[in-house]
Design a protein. Structure first.
Length: 721
């Protein structure tokens, strides 16, 4: 056993002891705490199993001391749950504080809106006596502007923070006004007020004017009992400014910001930027918008804020109201809670340190002592006992030490017994090895002889198979030769018939060419006679032409004589003229005949030459046909001889095929016998080889057994008994 194996055994022993002791001690310590809680028992066993028995990778992969593992276990079993509970309590308290702050800020938002509405109520209280004043009712009906200005418009000096007074008729035409507000100058230009007057007689609300955001109170003008028909409308208004918001802040003790959709901003603090509130405007201006709550920590103080939409006098979203609150009391509570948690953590850490030191002294140190003794046993020293005070302990550590001592004694006896057995096994294994060697030699000789027989049979089988294959090829070639010989004979017979037919065709051609030659010679003679006759016709035409010339000359002379005869010769002159015309026509016809005869003579001469050439060609063709006829006679004789030879070759191939089939059948029988012999030899050789392999395995196992016995003896010799 090398040093690495010793270290691994030592670490395994320490870890096993540590696991056993902590399963006993810590489980007993927690029995009273966890007995009534089944879930806690399960969690406890999971933690112990994961941290000790399973050995996490972070512990198993590194050589941690038992103290570190104990600290990790306590952190997982005690500190982690306590810290989790503390964090949960802190988060719960913080959540409750945020809930309180949200409720407080939301209530402040409602209160701010209520205070703004209260401004409208105060305006309404100041306006109603004037709106329900019968004299005012009559002045409006009479359009008595002077009375209105003397009795109504002077209310700006009586009512504080009254900036707008407007009196209109029922159509919205302004009769009198104070404040120079554009929307209340000539005609009341606030549609929301006009729409609401159709449903209510008096109301109040916010209106966005040219001078800013204003709270207005509106009422129809009637008598003191409110029974008279209204004659007009009275409007009181207050322009809201930062001073108005300061009044709200003084009441709520919280910052207030009003931001309208037209970017008009009223604020009590400079720390809230209007640009920040604009980002919430699209969401809060929706009809179904809800308030937005946010909380931040600044300078260790918790600040909560609520953004809520507010509407104008007609109920249309007009802008966003911001309420901010600094929770100083909650911030102090959170700081005190953090300080208390840190103090409790420090106390717990101190207590854990004390517990760890006690556990180290009472548990880890004895385990280290037993681990050292276990390492000595792993190194082969069985004669070193444990410390007596460790064995005399009455707790679980003492029980473990006693069991450890008993294990050492039993191990010593076991080593002594194994040493004696290993010596006996070594002797027997040597004898078995010698016997196996002798058996192996004999088996090898038998296997070698059988292998030679099998090789010879296999060689013979291969040659027989090769001869069989060649004979099959020979049979196939003979079959093919027989087929080819048959085809050759058939072709020779067909050639003989074709040659006979060619000879007959040649004879017929010779006869036809003879008749053609005779016809050509007769045609040539006829054309030659035609040329002679054409020459004679040409001579006759020449004579006719001469006669025509003479007749023409005679007609001319007769005409001259008739002219001399005068009146008596006029009839003769006419006849002479007709004779002359006939002579001219005869001359023209003679010339045409002459030209035709010349053309006929030329074509006839060409035809004679062609006929002579054809006759010569026919003579040559006759000679060629005579030569072809002689060649065909010779070829017919040769083809008849070839047909006879082909018939003999076919008979020879038939004989060869029969012999090849008989030889092939014999070779198949020989091949079957050879294959059976080779297969039997292979089976015998395989059995011999298996027997040889078995003997070799026995020999090898004997050698291994001897080596193991020797190694066991050497290992046992390392122990000091």
């Amino acid at each position: 056993m090398n040093e690495a194996e010793h270290d691994g055994s030592f670490e395994t022993a320490r870890l096993s002891l540590f696991t056993l002791i902590f399963h006993i001690l810590i489980r007993n310590s927690f029995t009273g705490i966890c007995a009534s809680n089944y879930t806690n028992n399960i969690l406890f066993y999971i933690c112990i199993n994961v941290c000790i028995t399973r050995r996490p990778t972070m512990i198993q992969g590194s050589k941690w001391s038992l103290s570190r593992k104990m600290v990790l276990l306590i952190l997982l079993v005690l500190v982690l749950p306590i810290a989790t509970i503390g964090l949960y309590l802190y988060a719960n308290v913080t959540h409750e504080m945020l809930g309180i702050e949200k409720e407080r800020t939301t209530n402040s938002t409602r209160a701010a809106k209520s205070l703004i509405d209260k401004m409208g109520s105060r305006l309404m209280d100041a306006m109603k006596p004037n709106a329900y004043w019968e004299d005012n009712h009559k002045a409006v009906d009479d359009r008595d502007i002077a009375w209105i200005e003397e009795n109504i418009n002077v209310m700006t000096g009586v009512v504080s923070n009254l900036h707008i007074i407007c009196t209109t008729d029922l159509e919205g035409n302004v009769l009198s006004q104070v404040g120079d507000v554009k929307e209340f100058s000539r005609k009341m230009a606030v549609p929301a007020i006009s729409d609401r007057l159709k449903k209510e007689s008096s109301f109040s609300g916010l209106v966005l004017t040219s001078k800013g955001l204003a709270m207005v109170a509106v009422s129809k003008i009637t008598d003191e009992q409110g029974q008279a028909t209204p004659t007009g409308v009275l409007i009181f208004g207050r322009i809201l400014d930062n001073k108005a918001l300061e009044e709200i802040k003084a009441t709520l003790q919280e910052d207030v910001v009003l931001l309208t959709s037209s970017d008009l901003c009223l604020t009590t603090t400079e720390e809230v930027a209007p640009e920040k509130l604009k980002g919430y405007m699209p969401v809060l201006m929706e009809p179904s918008a809800v308030d937005v709550f946010e909380s931040t920590v600044k300078n260790n103080l918790l600040t909560s804020q609520v953004l809520s939409p507010f509407t104008d006098i007609g109920g249309t979203p007009l802008g966003v109201i911001y309420i901010g609150h600094v929770a100083e009391a909650n911030s102090r509570v959170a700081s005190q809670l953090k300080a208390t948690s840190l103090m409790a953590g420090a106390v717990i850490a101190l207590l854990l340190f004390v517990v760890i030191m006690l556990l180290r002294r009472q548990i880890v140190k004895p385990i280290d002592m037993m681990a050292v003794n276990a390492k000595e046993i792993a190194d082969g020293t069985l004669s070193q006992p444990l410390e007596p005070e460790l064995v005399r302990r009455n707790d679980e550590i003492g029980q473990l030490a006693q069991a450890f001592e008993l294990m050492r004694a039993n191990l010593r006896e076991l080593i002594e017994g194994v040493s004696n057995v290993s010596a006996s096994v070594a002797g027997l294994s040597k004898e078995l090895s010698l016997s196996a060697q002798d058996t192996d030699k004999a088996s090898n000789q038998v296997a070698q002889a059988i292998k030679e027989v099998a090789d010879g049979a296999a060689y013979q089988s291969e040659h027989v198979a090769s001869i069989l294959k060649m004979m099959k090829n020979t049979e196939e070639q003979v079959e093919m030769g027989q087929q080819e010989a048959l085809k050759t004979a058939e072709n020779a017979l067909a050639s003989t018939e074709a040659a006979h037919q060619g000879q007959m065709v040649m004879t017929t051609a010779m006869t036809g060419l003879g008749r053609v030659k005779e016809t050509v010679e007769a045609a040539t003679q006829s054309i030659q006679r035609l040329m002679v006759r054409s020459g004679e016709i040409s001579d006759i035409v020449t004579i006719i032409s001469d006669i025509s010339n003479q007749t023409n000359l005679l007609a001319l002379n007769a005409a001259i004589e008739a002219a001399r005869a005068g009146e008596q010769g006029r009839g003769f002159a006419v006849v002479a003229e007709e004779v002359r015309k006939l002579a001219e026509e005869s001359k023209g016809s003679a010339e045409k005949i002459t030209r035709l005869i010349q053309d006929i003579l030329a074509e006839t001469a060409e035809t004679v030459r062609a006929m002579e050439s054809n006759r010569e060609a026919v003579d040559g063709q006759v000679g060629v046909i005579h030569q072809s006829e002689r060649a065909l006679v010779t070829m017919v004789a040769k083809v008849e001889q070839t047909e006879a030879d082909s018939q003999k070759i076919r008979e020879i191939f038939g004989t060869l095929k029969g012999n090849a089939i008989r030889v092939l059948d014999s070779l198949k029988s020989v091949a079957d016998i050879t294959d059976e012999s080779a297969a039997a030899s292979e089976h015998v050789a395989a059995a011999a080889e298996e027997q040889s392999a078995t003997v070799e395995t026995i020999a090898e196992n004997s050698v291994k057994l001897a080596a193991l016995a020797e190694r066991m003896r050497q290992d046992i010799s390392k122990f000091e008994l």
